[in-house]
Design a protein around this ligand. Structure first.
Ligand code: IPD
Ligand code: CA
Ligand code: CA
Ligand code: CA
Length: 258
């Protein structure tokens, strides 16, 4: 199953690179303020959904652009065809195709592919996490002042509270540095890789984080909501290596933002 999905992600990556050739920053479609959607987002999701349902007709699907196909099998694919569309249209490399398999409500398989960087992250529950053929593991960083973390600003999009900025101002001076790549899926994968030591964000959707959370957990990371519970991403997402996760949650809990 995972080889089939990895190959689909690689083909979807080729669609992205092809679609980028004809992109114009002066002719963008917006679903809401700052939430761009391109013909390539739609084309990639249609390609993935058609291929997955042809192989697994009794499975369900939830995609960012075309919504849900219901199922009674307890198996559902969660797809973000391009996570980081803003990066994609600005021809920045930090965007990814994110595909997760959810079994009875729990993500158990995740594939995240960054076409511009040729990085293919994947994991199945209980089988470890990989990039390409290399096993990956979270960092061993134990102090915030030696940590590099990532976040994002979904909260600044229309109709959402602007409530990550105070957290950002509180956390960043405690860190070695901060990164804002533009793809929550890659933020989770780079934390799994040990390049980032942690990631937090609010106002994300399940399709942003489903695949990345499988990969991060299989790499030895911890993923919770802002209070340390299991209601992510609805109540925010706090993801880090084991040594830093409690400290990250302690800071986030203090903001009572959700
Ligand atoms: C976005 C990315 C970004 C996050 C936004 C998401 P999209 O996904 O994950 O990092 O900050 O909130 O919407 O919209 O490009 O699929
Ligand atoms: Ca979007
Ligand atoms: Ca997304
Ligand atoms: Ca998307």
């Amino acid at each position: 199953m995972i080889s089939f999905i990895k190959n689909l992600a690689l083909e979807a990556g080729r669609l992205c690179l092809e679609g980028q050739k004809n992109l114009s920053l002066h002719d963008l479609e917006f679903k809401s303020e700052k939430d761009i959607v391109t013909e390539t987002d739609k084309k990639v999701e249609a390609f993935l959904v058609k291929a997955i349902l042809a192989r697994y007709p009794d499975h369900g699907v939830l995609g960012e652009e075309y919504g849900a196909v219901q199922t009674k099998s307890g198996l559902r694919w969660i797809i973000d065809p391009i996570d980081g569309t803003t990066s994609f249209v600005h021809r920045l490399p930090f965007y990814s195709i994110s595909i997760a398999l959810e079994k009875e409500g729990e993500p158990v398989l995740g594939v995240v592919y960054a076409p511009a960087l040729n990085q293919l992250f994947y994991a199945e529950k209980g089988k470890g996490a990989f990039v390409g053929d290399t096993a990956i593991h979270v960092s061993e960083t134990r102090e915030l002042d030696k940590a590099v973390m990532a976040t994002g600003f979904a909260c600044l999009r229309a109709g959402r509270q602007k409530n990550n900025l105070p957290i950002f101002n509180e956390i960043v001076p405690k860190l070695r540095d901060i990164r804002r790549f533009g793809s929550a899926a890659l933020d989770l994968c780079y934390t799994a890789l040990g390049s980032l030591d942690g990631f937090w964000e609010m106002n994300l959707n399940i399709y942003d984080i489903a695949a990345g959370t499988v990969i991060l957990k299989e790499a030895g990371g911890v993923v919770t909501d802002f209070t340390g519970g299991g209601q992510f991403p609805e109540k925010g997402i706090a993801a880090a290596n084991k040594a830093l996760h409690n400290e990250l949650v302690r800071i986030l809990t203090g903001f009572h933002v959700l």
